[in-house]
Design a protein around this ligand. Structure first.
Ligand SMILES: Cc1ncc(COP(=O)(O)O)c(C=O)c1O
Length: 371
């Protein structure tokens, strides 16, 4: 089966893992610190907090903002996390419609459905395309989480929101299995979130590695078992085992993105005219094409028979029982029926690309005239 998405690693990741395992420090330590520093540099923000996933990152930001019993705006074309995490935090999820061109959150719809207590928004860079945050800022002054789960790395991503949250989940562009990062320029928010990543306790590594300094609490130099807890938190932090893989994937990112762009270009050039190309061929996470809706499910089955795995990113979130809204979604309801994601990942060979193009085009050659 040719998968729609797949991580691509090798000896470098294996060696990095071996180094961490043999070092005897598997938890949060020097690899996490190095990854946070390098990632913040890549994005161009002052601070970064590595966490266990993008989902935990959104949850942590909401907890740090003490955002409860209020309304959270988020787009209907997204992964379920962005609409459910507000509910998980005792908030309402105010799901809005999308722009038909790029599937991103629609500023006009945001304006129309803003509530008095809509002070937080999760703006997803859908399939890597930047959400229209500048336009939204012209009428909305609440806090914006820029969801960069699909935009690692799109030039400029992570710099428009008040904070940005990234994903290193198994099939993302820089995967480690599961992981996430929060980037921000807000020092107070950063410090609070950092403390909240482990029940408000300072990390063991930070206490071990300063033998010359006196510990603030015990007054003794060197490793101290003692710590103070001034903030209530939970367990959100990334560990060195994951950070070691991320650091290797980060080195390979430019090469992997180049390969993804190459695959997209080949699709753009070679697929049948009935396949509507993604709005932006720089998109790095998904090749979200559109086909006439009467063909979409049939094409998915047809390609499945040829061992080509496709997907749909995404079924609109307002269609899920737990997320039902009391309004209509004319754009998303129309567009999502056409959506189909074709395989795109750096391990694909030229033969794989030719194979996908061949069978998609053959499907339309066999079926289009009949419809
Ligand atoms: C837009 C979006 N936000 C958040 C997430 C959640 O990311 P994670 O799996 O790292 O929690 C995903 C996962 O695919 C996503 O697509």
């Amino acid at each position: 089966m040719l998968p729609v998405l797949r991580p691509h690693g090798g000896e470098e990741e294996v060696n990095a893992l071996r180094e961490v395992i043999e070092s005897g420090w598997w938890g949060k330590g020097p690899k996490v610190a190095e990854f946070e520093k390098k990632f913040a540099e890549m994005v161009g923000t002052k601070y970064a907090v590595a966490v266990t996933s993008n989902s935990h990152g959104i949850d942590l930001v909401m907890k740090a903002l003490e955002y409860k019993h209020k309304d959270v705006i988020n787009p209907t074309i997204s992964f379920i996390a962005t609409a459910v995490i507000p509910l998980w935090n005792d908030c309402t999820s105010n799901i809005v419609d999308i722009d038909p061109l790029n599937l991103n959150i629609d500023p006009d719809d945001v304006k129309k459905f803003l509530k008095k207590d809509s002070d937080l928004m999760i703006a997803v860079n859908m399939a890597g395309i930047p959400a229209p945050i500048d336009e939204i800022r012209s009428f909305y002054d609440g806090f914006i989480i820029e969801d960069c789960a699909h935009s690692c790395y799109t030039e400029g991503a992570g710099t428009k929101g008040d904070t940005a949250i990234w994903s290193f989940q198994a099939v993302k562009t820089m995967p480690c299995g599961d992981g996430g990062m929060i980037t921000t320029n807000d020092k107070d928010l950063y410090e609070k979130m950092n403390q909240m990543t482990w029940f408000g306790v300072s990390s063991t590594w930070s206490r071990v590695r300063q033998p010359s300094k006196k510990d603030k609490i015990s007054g003794r130099p060197g490793y101290t078992w003692d710590y103070e807890v001034n903030t209530i938190g939970y367990k959100y932090y990334m560990i060195d085992i994951m950070a070691a893989i991320c650091l290797e994937q980060m080195k390979k990112l430019p090469k992997h993105l180049e390969r993804r762009r190459y695959i997209q270009k080949r699709y753009n050039d070679g697929l049948h005219d009935l396949v509507q190309r993604p709005a932006w061929s720089e998109t790095v996470q998904y090749y979200c094409a559109r086909v006439p809706k009467e063909h979409r499910d049939q094409l998915i089955d047809y390609l499945g028979d040829k061992m080509i795995h496709t997907s749909v990113h995404f079924k609109p979130l307002h269609k899920y029982k737990v997320l039902k809204q009391n309004r209509n979604y004319p754009v998303a309801d129309k567009e999502w029926l056409k959506l189909i994601t074709f395989p795109c990942h750096p391990g694909m060979t030229d033969d794989d690309i030719d194979y996908v193009i061949y069978w998609v085009n053959k499907y339309f050659a066999e079926n289009y005239k009949k419809s």
